[in-house]
Ligand binder design. Sequence first.
Ligand code: PLP
Length: 413
Amino acid sequence: MSTTSAATRYDVERVRRDFPILDRQVNGKPLVYLDNAASTQKPTAVIEAVRDYYATHNANIHRGVHRLSQEATAAFEAARATMARFVGAEQSEEIIFTRGTTESINLVAFSYGRANVKAGDEIVVTEMEHHSNIIPWQLLCEQVGAVLKPAPIDDTGDLILDELESLLTERTKIVAVGHVSNALGTINPIARIAEMAHAVGAVLVVDGAQATPHATVDVRALGADFYACSGHKMYGPTGIGVLYGRRELLDAMPPYQGGGEMIRTVSFEGSTWAEVPHKFEAGTPNIAGAIGLAAAADYLESLGREAIAAHELDLMAYGTAHLEAIPGVHMIGTAREKTAVLSFVFESAHPHDIGTILDNEGVAVRTGHHCAQPVMKHFGVPATARASLGVYNTHEEIDALVAAMGKVRELFA
Ligand code: PLP
């Protein structure tokens, strides 16, 4: 499908009507929401799915024989099946519900990692990772005496693949890479990285937080052993996310947290664990969140994931051209393969001032280090302003961003 034809068929005005919050005014101006990489807005389909669960089916799952508990259990497990389909997993059991990407990566680090990474082993990440895909590995390395190695990026924000490959040895046990960078928008060549990781016997953990909202994800085609994502970044609720793990890896892993739901038998002499995925879901899960997340996945599929990607690429090209044309604006992150993120600095204004002035105009962007301090260090900036795109953004909203940048220039140039 060509980018232009898919973008042309995409009816953004119809999509906007699905998001009640877009009717809001901010500072007397129509809301222009360009902070989607931090968190996306929710369509009526998601809000209604959560409301319907609480209004008509609410009960605890898996333990009850009564009707509501059975309904809640069925809805929760149906949500798991939806998410398995959404990421291309072979079986529903490979989907573990977590609080989000951060918890998913911590689960892998502390369950798979402690069981498989020993003193002297190595874990390879990249310089462009979100802190969520750095700190859990750093903590693991400290605990077991392993070494964390970052693969460098170039000045466009592209991963230097040769350098990554040269870091991989038989000591490498885990390679952990973001699918899409939240600070730069770079799309990493995951299938190629999977081949490299597997060639040295390492497993590949993919941080998919910024990929699931924008592109089709197929964990098997990508060769990901683990894949993490967050509901709130893909138009679903907060406090829910997914960890995909290959079944044989999950089966062999020890529990991550202990408590109800994750056991088969309990005695003071010793306990045994439930099968996956329940082994990793101690306690009452976020039932409404999982149901809302599945509604979000269905919603994205109803829009067409290729059509979404084409729409956002089109907007990104438009936004890049118009922002670059503003004297004093410098784009951070211009990788060949990138999506949905317009990160920039303006020569004479701090990003936080930019953010405040844009907010006065009703334009919501994020300013700061975006939980990616090594990226900021690479580019020699303390922070950037980041406009990040979603399914409901329009060319007119990019125009509003550019016009609001005119106010920044008036004050600071
Ligand atoms: N990874 C990336 C690339 C992100 O952009 C984020 C959030 O910004 C995270 C991980 C953490 O996601 P969460 O806070 O939903 O756990």
